[in-house]
Design a protein around this ligand. Structure first.
Ligand code: H2U
Ligand code: ZN
Length: 343
């Protein structure tokens, strides 16, 4: 048994997926809810905005016009950060690996979740969200099958506070040649864990969280959402597949519907927490598409919301967080309890 004092005093917790530590200071939350609780009115916006570059039939950059789509719609980002045709090159001006650069090929796409300008995933039906899950799965398989693509990152930035330029419900896909930093760290950790224990890191973690229960937020037939033991953001959550599966394309119909259902449940809880359309960055971590077997990989999604106490009080990642280590006051257990209350 762990001494209770460990979790009542300042302590640090390890993220076994990345090897990073987070500092937790629970004694600083004696007054966790004294911040203002302004309920921000959810402005019922327009179903169609003639000025929106994501609405059906509207113009985008470079003389392109969206089709009159009525479900989901995917297009290549007009301002793509990664391009398919890049001449392979590698250079080091120093000769000592101090000024190293490499070419990087890739693809960037935008995924419109709905033709309706005024919706969010939380306000779409489970059937509509299932169509989005299908698109994510198809895109992972299609883009991942390209020989020069070894990793497909599917993500959504929601809300102005997260730098999302347009309220129209949409996400992005950036896929590239190399495995980016975060999934790269997770891959090494999952590989090492499997080698050492003969079991999957996230299968074992999921089982522990289900038994303990204090960090659970919501669960259905195929998925679990927890505030991870090592969460950095106040209301960060980890969505885990109950099946040991590496990617969205491997999910059958019932599991995809389950995923849509838990997405709706989670995002609705988020919206209810501060009575506002809750901002976050979320994304899936899936097996690389490098044609190597990845028994270590366990499909999951991270949600990183920036808010701390209310619609207007944001958690700042500054000073100590930038220079030393991330830190939080409210414990993951307290955050999970609050999210469980917001059905
Ligand atoms: P975010 O709001 O999540 O950044 O997504 C909007 C994306 O849409 C952004 O990456 C792209 C931007 O490059 N975009 C187009 O591809 N065409 C346009 O006409 C405007 C914006
Ligand atoms: Zn729109």
């Amino acid at each position: 048994m762990k001494p209770t004092s460990l979790f009542e005093e300042s302590h640090r917790r390890l993220n076994p997926l990345t090897g990073d530590w987070v500092l937790v200071s629970p004694h600083r939350t004696q007054r966790p809810w004294q911040g203002q609780m302004e309920a921000k009115a959810n402005v019922a916006g327009l179903a169609y905005d003639p000025g929106c570059y994501l609405c059906p039939g509207n113009a985008r950059a470079g003389d392109v016009r969206n089709p009159s789509y009525n479900s989901t719609f995917v297009f290549t980002n007009d301002f793509a950060a990664l391009k398919p045709e890049v001449e392979a090159a590698r250079g080091d001006e120093s000769g000592r690996n101090l000024l190293l650069a490499e070419s990087e090929a890739g693809i960037c796409r935008v995924v419109c979740f709905s033709p309706r300008h005024d919706l969010t995933l939380a306000r779409m039906t489970v059937g509509e969200i299932t169509s989005v899950v299908d698109v994510w799965a198809e895109q992972y398989a299609e883009i991942g099958s390209l020989p020069y693509i070894n990793y497909v990152q599917i993500f959504e930035n929601r809300g102005e506070i997260m730098g999302c330029s347009n309220p129209h419900p949409h996400g992005q896909i950036w896929a590239n040649q190399t495995i980016p930093n975060e999934p790269g760290k997770e891959q090494e950790a999952q590989k090492a864990y499997l080698k050492k224990n003969g079991t999957c890191l996230l299968c074992d973690y999921l089982q522990l969280e289900t038994e303990i229960g204090t960090r659970m937020v919501v669960e259905n037939a195929h998925f679990v959402v927890v505030v991870p033991f090592w969460a950095v953001w106040p209301f960060e959550v980890l969505l885990l597949s109950k099946q040991h599966v590496g990617d969205l394309a491997s999910l059958d119909r019932a599991t995809r519907e389950s995923l849509a259902e838990i997405f709706k449940q989670l995002t609705t809880r988020y919206d209810n927490l501060f009575e506002m359309s809750f901002p976050y960055s979320m994304g899936f971590h899936q097996a690389p598409t490098d044609e190597i077997a990845h028994p270590e990989w366990h499909l999951h999604a991270h949600f990183y919301p920036p808010l701390l106490r209310s619609a207007t009080v944001k958690k700042f990642m500054v000073g100590y967080e930038m220079l030393a280590s991330p830190q939080r006051d409210i414990t993951p257990e307290a955050a999970a309890a609050l999210l469980r209350k917001c059905s």
